[in-house]
Design a binder for this molecule. Structure first.
Ligand SMILES: NC(=O)C1=CN([C@@H]2O[C@H](COP(=O)(O)OP(=O)(O)OC[C@H]3O[C@@H](n4cnc5c(N)ncnc54)[C@H](OP(=O)(O)O)[C@@H]3O)[C@@H](O)[C@H]2O)C=CC1
Ligand SMILES: O=C(O)C1=N[C@H](C(=O)O)C[C@H](O)C1
Length: 254
């Protein structure tokens, strides 16, 4: 008996399919009853395998240096995209919005972190930011990570910076006059971000706030890449209904 369009499984292609996240995503898509994994593409593979297989949604976990080319290709082909790859600067976001304007009806969801706990950590950090004169971020990851600071830390710093500006808070107190390069971390929108890389870690972050006589630390730990999968599948199911660019998972959760 012919199935109607509503009951057809969502046809998904995965880019970065042999990577740490891609492997886990392929497993999750294969396990999801409402999805069908139609293409697995990694470095050196033919990207048109994805369109030839009739993928409706691409999930990209590749590398910051290739993700924009992948997205341009997806948009040209009229394929929706869910992106976990890091490296999305404001310039890249603007470029992407421009590409999407030319393709009404197409959706791209980019999330710096698909873990529900990490999304909440960012939300709590944004909420706390206006109450403390000091805010610093320590992100800790496995040593195979190619980018620093992490996309999650960058996003958290931007959210904190915006909340501080909205609350009329000025620059943070810091009397450092003399330091070794890197000792005070990277300056992301006025928030210091420190990146740790060590074996045994996966993906972790602490946001440290300081005020008069007290500190508040918000910490999140991903111990297993399974933590990202519910968010990835949620985005894959939602992206076709979301025209244009959605940045962050928050809108989808609420
Ligand atoms: N948003 C989120 O929740 C999360 C985001 N991430 C991000 O996802 C990205 C991937 O992380 P991870 O899986 O650990 O990295 P990996 O290096 O394990 O995986 C990336 C894979 O993509 C492949 N690749 C490289 N170029 C291309 C290309 N042009 N087309 C298709 N595949 C390509 C790589 O091949 P090769 O090794 O040969 O280059 C590799 O197999 C990173 O940016 C990371 O920060 C990670 C975890 C969670
Ligand atoms: O490379 C990783 O592992 C991760 N990358 C993302 C990031 O850069 O924030 C998300 C998570 O931290 C894991």
């Amino acid at each position: 008996m012919a199935e109607n369009a509503e009951t057809q499984p969502l046809r998904v292609g995965v880019l970065g399919a042999r990577g740490r996240m891609g492997t886990e995503v392929c497993r999750a898509v294969n396990t999801a009853e409402d999805m069908e994994l139609v293409a697995m593409v990694d470095a050196g593979d033919w990207l048109f395998n994805v369109s030839d297989a009739g993928a409706e949604v691409v999930i990209d976990f590749t590398r910051p240096d290739v993700v924009m080319d992948n997205l341009q290709w997806c948009i040209d082909q009229g394929i929706h995209a869910v992106v976990g790859t890091s490296g999305f600067t404001p310039d890249r976001i603007e470029t992407l919005k421009g590409w999407l304007e030319a393709k009404p009806g197409l959706g791209v969801v980019i999330a710096p972190n698909f873990g529900i706990g990490a999304v909440l950590m960012m939300r709590f950090a944004r909420e706390a930011a206006k109450y403390f004169e000091s805010a610093e971020i320590v992100e800790l990851h496995h040593p195979a990570k190619v980018d620093a600071p992490s996309g999650t830390a960058t996003r958290t710093a931007e959210l904190i910076a915006r909340a501080r500006a909205d609350a009329g808070l000025g620059p943070q107190p810091d009397a450092t006059e003399q330091s070794i390069d890197g000792a005070r971390g990277a300056d992301v929108a006025g928030v210091r971000v420190h990146a740790v890389r060590a074996s045994g870690l996966m993906a972790h972050q602490e946001v440290l706030f300081g005020g008069s006589g007290e500190t508040l630390t918000i910490r999140h730990d991903s111990h297993d890449r399974a933590s990202f999968m519910p968010g990835v599948l949620l985005a894959a199911r939602a992206v076709r209904e979301r025209q244009g660019l959605t940045f962050g998972l928050e809108d989808l959760l609420d």
